[in-house]
Design a protein around this ligand. Sequence first.
Ligand code: PMT
Length: 224
Amino acid sequence: GTPGPLAGKKAVVTSGPTHEAIDPVRYIANHSSGKQGHAIAAALAALGAEVTLVSGPVHIPDPTGVKVVRVRSASEMLDAVKAALPADMAVCAAAVADWTVANRATEKRKKKAGAPPPVIELAPNPDILAAVSKGEGCSRPRLVVGFAAETETLLDNARDKLARKGCDWIVANDVSEGTGTFGGDSNVVHLVDAKGVEDWPRLGKDEVAARLALRIAAVLGEGK
Ligand code: PMT
């Protein structure tokens, strides 16, 4: 493997959106491009980690030096993450759909003259970050990092997610319209742990990833 402070360490990173099928031709999704998660996978690999990147449907190139597992739905993502464990660290940067379609149709839904529009029923998806953090049906990595994407009361929601999901750190970012957090090349993040919050300046997503990887290496790196 690549030398570096994370040599010999295994990492699992999730990235991108998930697609929840309505019928064979339609789905529910979100604006995640995969840029932030893919950059994190690349940055961990650059420090020597053996990285499995579990990615939802994205239109950006695979990072080099990383094993990429492509999935569509949240439930496929959960299965792929579990298959990639055990690992020393997990970073969940994917924008996983909170809900899937309960009444998914096996054939394309037809528009019928005079008929009311179809009703899409939602059901909760598994929470991948919570499952990994709690070691539900898998072994818990030593360090589990989640994200919080919020449009209001960012830090309160991030602290709440840290406690509720049981991860070690939360990287909080504002995804309000006009921020460019979804799809853009830079990000303003706040690193939240049980002790407090660290505000980072606006950085390229690659720089956010590099800094985060160094922080991870400071905890897990060589002999730690
Ligand atoms: O992909 P980009 O265009 O570069 O954009 C980056 C990003 C905005 C997607 C990224 O920085 C980010 O914030 N990712 C998390 C998005 C999200 O879904 O956040 P959330 O607050 O809804 O979820 C909190 C955490 O739980 C996240 O770590 C998420 O991966 C995880 N989660 C959520 C729901 C679920 N069913 N399973 C999960 O694992």
